[in-house]
Design a protein around this ligand. Structure first.
Ligand code: UD1
Length: 418
């Protein structure tokens, strides 16, 4: 498995970085394409392993795909026949559970292994199951498989007990071709859900309210061809914003939607950083020692949990102590032990981490415990004294397009080894 060598205390990051398409939108939109028995074109897909795996999975199911460019995919699901997703591929990515909603919506049944993905503590799928069951699906979870039988689903009123991105999307997918109206209350409001709704509507679906906490889906008989361009990745954007701030750099991000980044922009400004916002660009200038701030992660439009490990690295450099409350995932402090090995002073109590600032980090071998934790170690490595070697880089390549090239182009010194 490749490892990444990061040389610390190189020059501050400087230059422009182009942001790729959003992973979390793309991994929902590709399964959504299975709902149509007609060809669709998806543009601005990120070149990442999660997308490669997902494309392999849908090919296994009998779907025809062809790449028009490295980021544009043609999908023709008129040949979709199989409803059993292969374990060896599904175990590699969390979002493969969207195949449940898509296969049930199109063929009336699905057999999908319980998915893998990042280990962020317990990640139940009870809300997905509750939603599908309310629509009349019969669901059995046994031998590591989720088996769903739902030939005659009916629209239903579904109240989610927890705001869940995954459950909201899975229910939307199952509802698009189901007769009657499905109402999802306490739905997640993430921009990726809005992007999915826009794609579904472009195919002829009737989805209203995406981006609010009540989503209404009126079933249609069939869907048609469409072209869709995936929104920019707000988590990749946040990664380079935090990296720019932490390295004392000056970085312009291009191809972003600044509105999606408001929680990050606000926090960086609170720390004293300069953040200039343009139509589809953001410039971050790390021109000061960050002030200590408190961060509470919440579903959108709150501060994204996916950026919590990265913000923690920045706060190790702040004047004073900061408190981070992780309100989305129970077990999302697994990166802390690795950061401590680099000299960070972080005390975890339950879902709260107290970060003592003004720490001089020192390079060390660390293991990318999950996708975003891995990215946080790159930032830690860049601001540390000496060399950091990050193992388990596969986690990072699942979700970041050309991360080494993008950081190198900004002046970072890093190279893949092995
Ligand atoms: C998605 C994102 C992930 C992000 C997360 C929260 C994708 C592919 N992944 O993950 O990057 O960190 O949203 O913004 O889009 N829960 C339940 N029961 C359920 C479903 C969820 O208890 O049936 C809990 C989870 O354990 C978690 C919380 O709800 O504590 C939120 O999870 P959810 O929004 O579903 O996250 P994912 O869709 O897995």
């Amino acid at each position: 498995m490749p490892r990444l060598l990061v040389r610390g205390k190189s020059q501050p990051l400087n230059g422009t970085v182009k942001i790729s398409g959003a992973k979390n939108a793309a991994v929902a939109i590709i399964p959504a394409a299975l709902l149509a028995a007609a060809p669709v074109r998806i543009e601005n897909l990120p070149e990442i392993n999660d997308i490669r795996i997902l494309v392999e999975i849908i090919e296994e199911l009998g779907v025809q795909v062809s790449w028009e460019s490295p980021s544009t995919l043609l999908i023709d699901a008129s040949t979709l026949r199989k409803v059993q997703a292969p374990y060896e591929l599904v175990k590699k990515m969390r979002a493969s559970y969207y195949l449940i909603g898509a296969l049930v919506g199109r063929l009336g049944c699905a057999e999908v292994p319980i998915p893998g993905g990042c280990d962020l503590g317990p990640r139940p799928i009870d809300q997905h199951i509750k939603g599908l069951a309310s629509m009349g699906a019969k669901i059995v979870v046994e031998h590591g498989l989720v088996k769903v039988e739902g030939k005659r689903l009916q629209g239903a009123n579904i109240y989610l007990d927890i705001v869940s991105v995954g459950a909201t999307i899975n229910i939307m997918l199952a509802a698009v071709r189901t007769s009657g109206k499905t109402v999802i209350e306490n739905a997640a409001k993430e921009p990726e859900i809005v992007d999915l709704a826009n794609f579904l509507n472009a195919m002829g679906a009737h989805v209203r309210g995406a981006g609010t906490d009540v989503i209404k889906v009126t079933g249609v008989d069939e869907l048609r061809s469409a072209t869709h361009c995936v929104i920019p990745d707000r988590i990749e954007s946040g990664t380079y914003m935090i990296a720019a701030a932490a390295s004392g750099g000056n970085v312009m991000l291009s191809d972003v939607i600044p509105k999606h980044l408001e929680p990050v922009t606000a926090k960086l400004r609170e720390m004293g950083m300069t953040v200039d916002v343009f139509d589809d660009q953001i410039r971050v200038i790390g021109n000061c020692e960050p002030r200590a701030v408190n961060i509470k992660t919440f579903p959108y439009p709150g501060f994204p949990t996916d950026l919590q490990p990265l913000a923690m690295v920045l706060l190790t450099q702040a004047k004073g102590s900061s408190v981070i409350s992780e309100n989305v995932f129970e077990g999302r402090f697994k990166h802390v032990d690795e950061l401590k090995r680099m000299g960070a002073c972080v005390k975890v109590e339950g879902r709260t981490a107290i970060v003592t600032g003004c720490r001089r980090l020192s390079g060390a071998p660390v293991s990318a415990t999950d996708l975003r934790a891995g990215a946080s170690f790159i930032i830690a490595g860049l601001i540390a004294q000496g060399e950091t070697v990050i193992s388990q880089m596969d986690h990072i390549y699942r979700g970041y397009e050309k991360i080494c090239e993008k950081f190198s182009a900004l002046g970072a010194e890093l190279e893949e080894i092995d």
